[in-house]
Design a protein around this ligand. Structure first.
Ligand code: G4P
Length: 529
């Protein structure tokens, strides 16, 4: 009973956006509403800005802060909200993808001046892959932006999802008057304010004279016209379509002015999903099962370089997590005792005694856990849907200090477990190639290997286009392919064979010549999500 109640009052979500669209600002405003912070600026100061490459050391310095803001828990109208932060910097896209495996829904922030940007498209692909419900927040309405109808069309076309506006802007930029809630049928007038939280004026009938008096005849006429058009063009909002990830409700506002944020939050707690089921390699796990299960989706290491301690972020999927209990670590097949679990509340971390489905628990770890690991009360199952994607940039690791080979080995292994990058070890000659999404990671890895493990390395660029995981229904044929292409075969962290393709054209040719082999761009092509 308690379990059911705790589940139904939880919402675990992430905010995603192209850098600068307003993710940090919106996060902060949500925390203000939730009473988790008292003044604006608290999150902002902790933000890792979209740093230029040379600024990556700054990112390192701020890692401590980013751990605190990785998961922000707060309560709003008796709903326990867990907000998972995702890095905006595109070089950390893989980290964002993994964080999305731990949420039940997503709020996507779009800048009304810039419209849908490239990073937004990539992130949406991940949401679509997992059928994650998405709410769009079109931000910066206090600026002269694009026509709202054009923006909606662009979202539909570029993000490939149906939209349904639930609020509608009246004017924009200098003439921005406010937002009309199509969902609650009330009007919120705009007063630029960074702190004041105002209630809307309820307009029962937008044809009443009251509207003209409030916003002027011209805008009242325009609003009536727009609302008529919307109701004619867009089918009524259907919550189950949203929950299935087929339609995205859209809100308009200005985060920095605290505008439209409450409408978003109030609707969010009503429609966003409570913790949902999750797939494993054995069966589907429902959140209301009494036995605890969870998985590691993020590891944050070496907060203190002198001790190799790390925090593993565990998403609770079912049952109740209790501090001090032994839980079964499925990959290692052994019981681990978790006596120092931490919960994340706004920017503080506090020790917790229990956690429920949808919650994120921080566990101090000395090297047992890695991303994707499953914890249970004894059942042997592994959560799926935490894939690795083919990296974009590949470089070979060259050891510059033969005396430190062991340290290098250990450092590489631990950094890969943290998910900083992917390591591919060639069949021939055991060459080690690191693959990343962005160039920044190589500098981070080089620095950390030296400072945390005493290993100095150089990275040698490789002419590789993609790493493709390969499979075949006939193991003999797979072996034959591996043998014939040995120079281009490497193993990933789990020992799975990967074909390192040098160019797109060459990959196509190999694919045509080897029709029996399937080539995959993610490490999990064969499991349900
Ligand atoms: P991000 O996390 O998605 O990268 O975006 P962030 O919230 O940092 O916002 C990026 C910039 O956009 C910030 O300006 C922020 O103040 C501004 N911004 C956010 N919401 C709105 C809005 O509703 N209207 C307008 N006009 N601007 C908005 P900045 O100059 O980079 O930082 P700051 O000096 O203002 O803090």
């Amino acid at each position: 009973m308690e379990l059911m109640q705790e589940i139904s009052r939880r919402r675990t979500f992430g905010i995603i956006s192209h850098p600068d669209a307003g993710k940090t600002t919106l996060t902060e405003k949500l925390l203000l509403f939730g009473g988790a912070i008292q003044k604006a600026g608290a999150v902002k100061s902790a933000k890792i800005k979209d740093h230029a490459r040379s600024d990556w050391m700054e990112i390192e310095k701020q890692r401590g802060i980013s751990v605190a803001t990785s998961v922000m828990g707060f309560t709003y109208k008796d709903i326990k909200i867990n907000l998972l932060d995702t890095p905006g910097h595109q070089d950390f896209a893989e980290d964002t993808y993994r964080t999305l495996t731990a949420v039940d829904s997503v709020v996507m922030v779009i800048d009304c001046v810039k419209g849908v940007e490239i990073q937004t498209e990539k992130l949406m692909e991940v949401c679509r892959m997992r059928s994650t419900p998405v709410i769009c927040f079109i931000n910066k309405l206090d600026r002269e932006g694009r026509d709202p109808f054009d923006l909606l069309d662009e979202i539909e076309n570029k993000l490939n999802i149906k939209v349904r506006p639930l609020t509608w802007p009246i004017g924009m930029g200098k003439t921005f008057k406010g937002v009309y809630s199509l969902y609650d049928k009330n009007l919120l007038l705009f007063t630029p304010s960074r702190t004041v939280v105002e209630d809307g004026v309820e307009i029962k009938d937008i044809h009443s004279q009251e509207l003209d008096q409030l916003i002027g005849e011209q805008y009242a006429t325009q609003l009536r016209h727009d609302v008529e058009l919307i109701e004619g063009v867009y089918p009524a909002f259907n919550t189950s379509e949203y929950l299935e990830g087929r339609v995205a409700p859209v809100f308009f506002g200005s985060a920095v002015n605290n505008f439209g944020v409450r409408e978003l939050l109030d609707t969010f707690i009503r429609i966003a999903p409570a913790p949902v089921h999750r797939n494993t390699n054995v069966r589907t796990v429902e959140p209301n099962e009494p036995g605890f299960t969870g998985f590691v989706f993020k590891i944050h290491a070496n907060m203190d370089p002198r001790h190799r301690n790390r925090i593993a972020f565990v998403r609770v999927c079912s049952g109740r997590f209790q501090r001090g209990n032994n839980y079964f670590h499925v990959r290692q097949g052994k019981n681990l005792r978790f006596s120092n679990a931490t919960a994340f509340m706004a920017q503080d971390r506090e020790t917790i005694d229990e956690a429920w489905p949808g919650d994120i628990v921080g566990i101090y770890d000395t090297g047992n856990l890695k991303i994707g690991d499953t914890l249970t009360e004894g059942e042997k199952l592994m959560f799926t849907g935490i894939p690795s994607f083919s990296p974009e940039i590949f470089k070979e690791v060259e050891n510059l200090d033969a005396m430190k080979s062991k340290q290098l080995e250990k450092g590489l292994q631990q950094l890969m477990e943290e998910g900083v990058a992917q390591l591919f070890t060639y069949e021939l000659g055991s060459r080690k190639v690191v693959g990343t999404v962005g160039a920044l990671q190589f500098e981070v890895i080089q620095f950390r290997l030296l400072h945390e493990y005493g290993a100095s390395v150089r990275f040698v660029p490789q002419n590789i286009y993609k790493a493709c995981w390969i499979s075949c229904s006939d193991p003999k044929k797979l072996q034959a392919f591996i043998a014939s292409r040995q120079r281009h075969i490497a193993r990933d962290k789990d020992g799975k064979p990967v074909f390192m393709a040098e160019s797109k054209a060459w990959l196509q040719m190999v694919q045509e010549n080897s029709p029996e082999i399937a080539f995959h761009f993610t490490s999990e092509w064969d499991v349900p999500r």
